[in-house]
Every structure is written in C-alpha cells, then in structure tokens.
Design a protein around this ligand. Structure first.
Ligand code: SAH
Length: 232
C-alpha cells in the first residue's frame, strides 16, 4: 500500500487539535480561503461532486461543502476522519459530506471517473510514491473534470522556509512534520500529472507569512504551490 505509517501516526496523534485555528494545524486554517478561492475560481464547485484525497480533519472538504459542493473526503488516518465527521454533523453539513477511510488507489477501483473535481492539497509530500497517488487521482476524475494538487517545492529556500523556519525557528509546526526529501519540484509534479493523462493548465505559488498569518497567490512557485489540471 502507498502509505507511510510514520506519517499517518503524526496526524493520528494530533487529530483532536485539527480545528483549533491557533493549534498545530494553524497554517492549514490560515491558507484555506486562498486555496479555496483558487479552486472555486477555476471549477465553480457549487453542485459539483468534489473529492478531497488526504482530507485529514476536513478543513478544505468542509469549506467546499459550504460552497454547495457535494463532497467526499478520504484519508487513511481514522482519528482525523472522525473529527471531520463530527464537524460535519455539528454544522448540519452531514448530508453534503461523506468521509471514507481509504487510499486514492483503492478508491479509484471502487468509484472510477466519478468526480467532477478531485483535490489533493498538502498531502503528496506525505506519501511514499506521489506518482501513484496522482495516477489514482486522474482515474477518479471524470473525463472533462478538474484536478487540483498542492505541495512544497524542493530547493534551498523551501528548506529554510518550510522546515527550518516553520518547525525550528517559529515552532509553528511540530518538528518532523515535513521531510525535505519528499518535497516535489513543480516540473516533477507536472510530469507526473501529464503521465497520468492530465493537461496542466496553471501552476501558481502561494506565499504564506506565519507572522501576519496572511496568504496570497504569487507567480513564483518557489515554496508552496498549487497545480490546476484538466482530464481531457
Ligand atoms: N488535505 C488536508 C490535510 C493535509 S495533512 C488539508 O490540506 O487541509 C495531510 C493528510 O494526508 C493527513 O490527514 C494524512 O493522514 C493524509 N495522508 C497521508 N498519506 C496518505 C495516503 N497515502 N492516503 C490518504 N491520505 C494520506
């Protein structure tokens, strides 16, 4: 299975902290409106079937449902999924959101070509073989559908910002959250997407300032970046 148990353990142990906007997942809360707008500007999600791969406690899945999408979130960490489910019930979104414990590869066997939009944000740098995940994502997307991916670039600046800065200087993320070797260059991710039969339409960086908690899209994908692709 394309799962790293050490990675999953990190997310399991912090499941109860997921919805604390000032807790360990604070960066995900801070960047959420920027990435949500990026997706909605390109895919207009209201009424569409949207899948999030590696949804964790459901920050993005929940906000996509609030925009009117019929959402499914999948993850292999059961604790975060339970937290996500609870959040959906508490906010009366239970009918619009389905959470399932599975991998992209397994789910692609069960529900191929079933989603108008598939997103895998901030998760590819946590799987052993991201190319296999991208392949499964393409299979899950209906022909004509849209794919969104995001991850962290692999270069000196990304190391300083995402590992040294976030985990050691600012104590923003728990130490060991990110493994530099698993970071992915935009050219590598674009090539994985093309090999999976997707057409890459845009790559944008996003710049996150942990001090001001501001996040905005930038042209240079030097640290965090988003990929928008279509399945022909
Ligand atoms: N996408 C969410 C959560 C990011 S944290 C967001 O951006 O808000 C990364 C998530 O990926 C964790 O919940 C982790 O359990 C999940 N994950 C890691 N490897 C996975 C795999 N192989 N299959 C599915 N989910 C995985």
């Amino acid at each position: 299975m394309n799962v790293d148990p050490n990675e999953i353990q990190k997310f399991e142990s912090l499941a109860h902290r997921w919805w604390d906007p000032d807790g360990e997942f604070r960066p995900l809360h801070d960047i959420n409106s920027t990435r949500l707008k990026y997706i909605d500007d390109r895919a207009a999600v209201a009424g569409l079937r949207v899948l999030e791969v590696g949804c964790g406690g459901g920050i993005l899945t929940q906000s996509l449902a609030e925009l009117g999408a019929v959402t499914t979130g999948i993850d292999v960490a059961s604790g975060p999924l339970k937290v996500a489910q609870l959040r959906a019930i508490e906010t009366q979104m239970g009918e619009k959101i389905r959470y399932i414990e599975t991998t992209a590869e397994s789910f692609a066997e069960v529900e191929p070509e079933s989603f108008d939009v598939v997103a895998a944000l901030e998760m590819l740098e946590h799987v052993p073989d991201y190319r296999s995940t991208v392949w499964a994502i393409a299979k899950l997307t209906r022909p004509g559908g849209t794919v969104f991916l995001s991850t962290i670039n692999r270069n000196a600046k990304a190391y300083v910002m995402a590992v040294l800065g976030a985990e050691y200087l600012l104590n923003l993320l728990p130490r060991g959250t990110h493994d530099y070797d698993k970071f992915i260059k935009p050219s590598e991710l674009a090539s994985a997407a093309r090999d999976a039969g997707l057409l890459v339409k845009d790559i944008s960086g996003y710049s996150y300032n942990p001090l001001t908690r501001g996040c905005k899209l930038v042209t240079n994908p030097s640290v965090n970046y988003l990929v928008y692709a279509q399945k022909p």
